[in-house]
Structure formats: C-alpha cells, structure tokens
Design a protein around this ligand. Structure first.
Ligand SMILES: Cc1ncc(C[n+]2csc(CCOP(=O)(O)OP(=O)(O)O)c2C)c(N)n1
Ligand code: SF4
Ligand SMILES: [Mg+2]
Length: 288
C-alpha cells in the first residue's frame, strides 16, 4: 500500500496556496499509509469549515456532519462498527466552539477514535472572525477593537478531563506531525491531536513565524504519564509545547463498555436483523 491509496486524482482543492491544511493532509495520509490502514477500513468524519473539507480530498469512507457535530457521529460510527478506524477532523471553531460540548462529552466517553483539530486560531471559511482559540487582542472585521477574552485552552481542558491521549503539533514540521498522528492512531481510546496551522489569508497575526517563535518541542525525558506535570505544560502561557503531552492508557473505551457487546463482539452492523424480535419489543412498548 502506498500514499496513492488515498489519492482522489485530479480534483480541485479549495484551500489557499500556502495554507497549513495541505501539510496536515500530507501528514495524515503519510501516517495512515505507514500504518497500513486501508481506505476501506477508515472513516473520516468532519463538520463544517476549511479544515472540515479534508475528507473531501481523501479516497475513503466519509461522513460530513453539521457544524460542530463531527464528534457524536464519529462516536456512533465507532460504537456501531468497532473494527473501523475512525478519525474526527475539523477546525478550532467547529470542534471547540460550535462543537464544544461534544468535545467535553467525547473526552469523558473515551471512544477509540482520533480527533485531529486544525487550530488556525480563526474562522477561516467565513473569512476571519475570531474563534475560541483566537488570542487576546486579535483584530478582525467583527472584533474591531480586538478580542477581549482569554483563548480557550483545549490541551488544559483535555488534561483536566483526563483525556486518554493529548498531543499538539505544528504543521511547519510535517514529518513530526505525521509521527504524532501515528502515535494517536496507535493509541486505544480517545486521542486529541491539536495541530497549529497558519491561515495565510485571514490570520495575519499567527503566522508561520509567530508559531515558530511561540512553540518548543518537549524534551526527550518528558514523561506524558504525569498528569500534574502535563497540566503545568498545558497552561504554560508564553510558548506552546509540541509532542505527546499526556496519556492515560488505562481508561476503558466507550464501545468496550456497551451492553450490546457484553456477550457478543460482532459489530451491530454485521448482525442479522431479527425483525420478529424487534416487532415484539415495539408491541410490548405500545401496551398501555
Ligand atoms: C450552525 C452554523 N453556524 C455558523 C455557520 C457558519 N460557519 C461555517 S464554517 C464556520 C467557522 C469554521 O471555523 P473553523 O472550524 O475554525 O474552520 P476553518 O475554516 O478555520 O478551518 C462558521 C462559523 C454554520 N455553517 N452553521
Ligand atoms: S482561508 Fe485560511 S484556512 Fe482557509 S484555505 Fe485559506 S489559508 Fe487555509
Ligand atoms: Mg479555524
């Protein structure tokens, strides 16, 4: 299997030249290819936005949900067919703003899915309004005096909720981003990969240079199993740490705890439908 397995051929890609989304697509496809994950066994789930277009550019199973609604669909797909590799992927606005409550609920449920977030600190698709991760003072056509709120910190929130895998990457380094995505895909349980991604058209503040000046790689001796240390790293205010920040591999998965798999591990999508039994169940419910 090679990287062309995901190739859609000669299609138009509606991202601006220089956008960090291209690097993320390359890193993701590279990770999937090196891990020999076949397109038939993969489902890419997204919401709405520039980042959320990523499944459109990959030859695999896809589900494009409403704005902010990628995660519940991804959790349901994994629960219905646990043998699939499920990746929920969207932007910072989609995942942390419109989909914010699903972000919290999904971390608590711990389904075995990978959640990739393209964090450009802006609403790119709708041309440059502030997103939850926009930095204080960021000026936009709507926030003309600059953003007055502190940015949402997805890494700190994920560690606080004991998410089972929390990582951050910067797409200037495609190879390192690929390696981090591979670790997330190998992890059993919910895995967050927040990728810092410049939007070259609508965010002239958080540029490639700005991210370079405001990031650093975690040292080799760093232990991602230490939750308190991970939280300290997450709330570091001047520079963002890159790498695997926190892991808790001991957490049980959501689908693993479902009653429906207690005695039979056959995915519910593969089971024979017992219509007679279903009718009996409906009739019983209808009885006064
Ligand atoms: C319910 C709803 N509200 C608002 C919108 C408009 N809208 C579409 S994309 C978007 C923001 C996307 O931002 P982000 O998720 O950061 O993705 P990016 O375009 O930056 O990659 C908004 C507000 C919508 N489509 N649906
Ligand atoms: S608007 Fe920004 S995020 Fe969207 S494709 Fe262009 S550079 Fe990328
Ligand atoms: Mg965005």
């Amino acid at each position: 299997m090679d990287i062309r397995s995901y190739d859609m051929g000669d299609i138009d890609i509606a991202w601006c030249p220089g956008c960090g989304n291209f690097g993320i697509l390359k890193a993701l496809e590279g990770a999937l290819t090196e891990m020999k994950i076949e397109p038939e066994g993969l489902v890419m789930v997204s919401g709405i936005g520039q980042a959320a277009k990523i499944p459109h550019y990959m030859k695999c199973n896809t589900f494009n949900g409403l704005h902010g609604r990628a995660l519940p669909a991804a959790v349901a797909i994994k629960a219905a067919n646990p043998g699939l590799v499920v990746v929920a992927e969207s932007g910072d606005g989609d995942m942390y703003g419109e989909g914010g409550n699903h972000f919290l609920a999904t971390i608590r449920r711990n389904p075995d899915i990978t959640n990739v977030v393209h964090n450009n600190m802006v609403y790119g698709l709708t041309k440059g309004q502030a997103s939850p991760t926009s930095q204080r003072g960021f000026v936009t056509p709507v926030q003309i005096g600059g953003v007055i709120l502190e940015p949402f910190n997805p890494i700190a929130v994920a560690v606080a909720l004991d998410a089972s895998f929390v990582a951050r990457a910067f797409i200037d380094d495609v190879d390192m981003t690929k390696e981090i995505i591979k670790k997330a895909l190998s992890h059993r349980g919910y895995a967050l990969v927040d990728i810092l991604q410049p939007c070259v058209s609508f965010n002239k503040t958080n540029t490639y240079k700005w991210f370079k000046d405001h990031t650093y790689y975690l040292e080799g001796s760093y232990n991602p199993g230490d939750r308190v240390r991970a939280f300290e790293k997450a709330i570091h205010s001047t520079k963002f740490p890159l790498g695997v920040i926190y892991t808790n591999p001991k957490k049980a998965t959501f689908e693993g705890g479902l009653n429906v798999y207690a005695e039979d591990s056959t995915p519910v999508t593969r089971r024979e439908r017992n219509l007679k039994k279903l009718q009996q169940f409906i009739d019983k419910k209808r009885k006064p």
